[in-house]
Design a protein around this ligand. Sequence first.
Ligand code: ADP
Ligand code: MG
Length: 252
Amino acid sequence: MTELLQIKAVTKRFGGLVAVNNVSFAVREREILSVIGPNGAGKSTLFKLISSFLNPTSGEVLFRGERISGLAPHIVARKGVVRTFQETTIFKGMTVRDNVIIAHHLRSNASLAGFYLGTNTARRDEDEFGRSADEIIDFLNLGAQRHEIASTLPHGHLRALGIAIGLATNPTVLLLDEPFAGMNHDETVRTVEMVRGVRKRGVTVLLVEHDMPAVMNISDRIVVLNFGVKIAEGTPKEIQENEKVIEAYLGA
Ligand code: ADP
Ligand code: MG
């Protein structure tokens, strides 16, 4: 079992608040690992530390043994550690397909300028990226929306587009922060299947999620945070039976 990511004694302070407190764990290749915990537990902050959108106050994150903490987030994304793009980073005035095509450029040497200027190599890349984009779009059941302008999409489709954009960067590790939030039961079931499909493509998936049945169903392992501290780590079964976890959630 290869450890892809190592989170080593990571702490993040915001002024007097310790949002993430001395957290350590490892992420194995091709697993689905969920981070759970009450609101404000530090889950999103931890994801920003792993994707290098934030620098830890102390501690470090290693990817394939190499320190990635302190590197610019786009460099970390190029290495393959990608946090799903929030709706704000979707180009709202562009089609679904163009959004996904553009995301391919994140990890290629082709320049975005070339894409816009239509140079020969850029055109060749665009054909290839177009084929790959179409495949990802179909995979996420966005085929009917392919040529829709992003701003016209309903919430659920925008979420799927965010994941499509993440996949288009060809990630090694994909971090999904609350992918099921605001989804009804059917949408959640479909998205769970989609996340399983992402893993089948060889991608390691890190999830932050509130939907407990979905988390228990999809995760290989779970890390539990409470007030920034890791209070448990284990299989869904181990976590469900853990006294500290039950206490944190039930407030006993
Ligand atoms: P979660 O995702 O588990 O709900 P967060 O990681 O978003 O929790 O937040 C953890 C704690 O850190 C919260 O108390 C939150 O208010 C605080 N926090 C998060 N981001 C910032 C920030 N940029 N500046 C100050 N405090 C922050
Ligand atoms: Mg959060």
